[in-house]
Design a protein around this ligand. Sequence first.
Ligand code: UD1
Length: 422
Amino acid sequence: MDKFIIKGGNPLKGTIPISGSKNAALPLMAASLLGDSTSIIKNVPRLKDIYTFNNVIRVVGAQVDFKDDENTLTIDPSNVNHLEAPYDLVRKMRASFYMLGALVGKHGYAKVSLPGGCAWGPRPVDLHLKGMEAMGIDISLEKGYVIAKAEDKIEGGSFKLEPSSVGATVNLLLASVLKAKKFIIKNAAKEPDVVQLCNFLVKMGANIDGIGTDALTIKAVNNLSGIEVSNDPDRIELGTFMIAGAMFPGSELTLTGCNPEQLGNFPDKLRKTGTSVDINGTTINVKAPDVLKPVSIKTEIYPGFPTDLQAQWATMMTQAEGASKVTDTVYFDRFSYVPELVRLGADMDVEKNTVSISGKTPLTGASVMSTDLRASVSLVLAALVAENTSEVLRIYHLDRGYESLEEKLTAVGANIKRVEED
Ligand code: UD1
């Protein structure tokens, strides 16, 4: 296992290129299995989750070639013949559950392990399964596996997602585009990752109406062909670096290769802290204020404030002059980073799904432990502004979701080193 040694207290200055989005790439990879021919996806980040999902797709028989030096992924689905995703792989990454929709949608059968628990509380898949049943897919559970079966064409119907779920919307799209005569997903997720998937499927030949709205109507087509696309930039990585650029007086970061339209209300929230946020095409310039103002946020489904940025925001608020609150309405139990920040000197208190922060508190280097992907990057952000040296342990979480994090941060003046844990 690796850890980071970070010597904090330097302003960050320079340019960081934004990588392709992990969460947007995974649905495209699953969708490639629905085609009759090879798909090519460009701008795919070199991340552990991508390598894991490549292996999930290989297990079912697809040929996968990831030219990672070029961030280009080629998926040939013509030999898919083993319609099963085993626990060993699904437990490593919940998005492997997309194999359920992809396999039953194309081949009429899938056996996929139920995902295990998650470090930040319960993350059920009930809506994925109920939605498929509403579509006319036969679902049964056997020894920890979900078995899905469907006739050549099924009637469809409609299903309302309560709450709106990215994963369930993706799985229902994958299952329906070749199978359901007519299927309506109500209260569908509108996140950019879902919109990109819909556009990808339509380019393959699918019939989807209502893209970008919360009502998607799918009418099955007989076949889909492989295509070539470029994956969207990662809006969560972008938001994380925007926070990094805002947190420490004197910092100024230029972020390139961005899609600012996918940030929802995030830039406006950040400006309220006194941070200068200048958007120019696909480039964003962020300049830290001398005094950061406290701004409370509440996570919501897109285009609201993303849950995947709340830990980073709360970390930044430890450096704001005054009190603020961060409330997560999407996941109620996603605050495992708080005790670690308190160990660095933060004044924070969690009650139910809200963390109250009193700033500004100086942070002082210590050893802290990553517990999940976004928690881990928050500890890195905190260590970058802390006095002295910090150790961030268990950074394998970061390798799941941030491409070349230490290289990118070193290039803008951070003092961060990866070493093996003792
Ligand atoms: C995706 C993202 C994750 C992000 C989350 C919310 C990927 C790989 N992961 O996760 O980074 O934090 O969106 O933006 O893209 N729910 C149910 N039943 C279900 C499914 C979900 O009750 O069957 C609930 C969840 O508990 C949660 C809410 O719906 O409260 C939203 O979850 P969802 O959008 O499904 O998250 P994921 O797709 O798992």
